[in-house]
Design a protein around this ligand. Structure first.
Ligand code: Q9C
Ligand code: ZN
Length: 335
């Protein structure tokens, strides 16, 4: 399968993240991509599609913040990565503040996604990889893979979080629509609910969002991904959440996935965008499902059976030593 990756996606290198009350080494690190690159025969660099396709998804003030946040952090006399510590949860209003710490709170929803010197560059090129995979599929490729890092499905139009800065799958879906696709289905099979993607398309009737994920009653991102969220306005009925309990194995996973695939068939999609996270793997250090490497092939086969032009975008997956094998097993299902 044609696969897109840019070496500048390695530039993003935060040192530590806040995890269960302590600062620990950042789980979403470049070693993930190195393991996948070893498992795949070759990858292509994307061309540069510029800012316009990113601006279809994200607000200008957020994109300005993302590009300037780390330089402003340094200018404020700080060392290391930019971390927020105060959030406008109560009585929030669109204040325009100049303090970097205020903006870090305004434009994020959690404390797990520090901004490092290379963050913007890597997020930009991850989005370009998603656009290159989209272009390949629009040109007739049956499926293409964007090896995105950083991932994207937790960030919204004007906020980052969950290791995500630019929503790559939303950028891909909007590019497909701009190129003439009428009804795009997004299938999110990362362990975590894709709250940012859901939010971006919540009131849209032309984009179906289907997600199979760990029940947010027990797992991050907690506040979104519950079964009673189904879209609003024009998007009423175009969001489908299928939360599953910790410990879910292939049999239970497949049952939920089949429900999601049936919804995509009923929607009449003319394009499929898959947010693929391998953090559903049994050995994932921050997740609690029980899928095995070999399970990813039949999962992908049942998705491929939709017979839709398909863009696949990398999301999470933190069992680094198995990540390449898990990705390869998934892509093999499209072969
Ligand atoms: N103690 C993705 O897989 N940290 N993001 C959870 C649990 C955030 C995962 C901390 C996990 C984000 C793309
Ligand atoms: Zn995840």
């Amino acid at each position: 399968m044609r696969t897109f990756f840019d070496a500048r996606q390695h530039d993003h290198a935060p040192a530590m993240e806040l995890h269960n009350g302590a600062y620990v080494p950042y789980a979403e690190h470049r070693g993930r991509m190195e393991n996948v690159l070893e498992a795949l025969s070759y990858v292509e660099a994307p061309r540069d599609y510029g800012m316009e396709p990113i601006r279809r998804v994200h607000r200008d003030n957020y994109l300005e913040f993302l590009q300037s946040a780390h330089p402003r952090w340094v200018e404020a006399g700080r060392n290391g990565d930019a971390h927020g510590y105060a959030w406008p949860v109560v009585g929030r209003r669109p204040l325009k503040l100049n303090r970097i710490d205020a903006d870090l709170g305004q434009f994020s929803f959690d404390a797990s996604s520090p901004i490092a010197a290379g963050t913007w560059t890597s997020a930009y090129w991850a989005a370009q990889s998603a656009l290159a995979a989209t272009e390949a599929v629009l040109a007739g490729e049956r499926a293409a893979f964007a090896l995105c890092r950083p991932p994207g499905h937790h960030c919204g139009a004007d906020y980052l979080g969950g290791y995500c800065f630019i929503n790559n799958i939303a950028v891909a879906a909007e590019a497909a629509i701009a190129a003439g696709k009428k009804r795009v289905a997004i299938l999110d099979i990362d362990y975590h609910h894709g709250n940012g993607t859901q939010d971006i398309f919540y009131d849209r009737g032309d984009v179906l969002f289907v997600s199979v994920h760990a029940d947010p009653a027990t797992d991050y991102p907690f506040f979104w991904g519950h079964a009673d969220e189904h879209g609003e306005g024009e998007g009423e009925g175009a969001t489908l959440n299928l939360p599953l309990p910790r410990g879910t194995d292939l049999a239970a996973y497949t049952a939920a996935l089949d429900t999601g695939l049936a919804a995509i068939r009923d929607f009449g999609a003319d394009m499929l965008c898959v947010s693929f996270g391998a953090d559903t793997f049994a050995g994932d250090p921050i997740s609690q499902f029980a899928l095995q490497t070999a399970d990813y092939t039949p999962i992908a086969r049942s998705i491929a059976a939709l017979d839709l032009p398909t863009v696949i975008v990398m999301e999470g997956g933190y069992a680094v030593d198995a990540l390449g094998a898990n990705v390869a097993a998934f892509l093999a299902g499209f072969g």
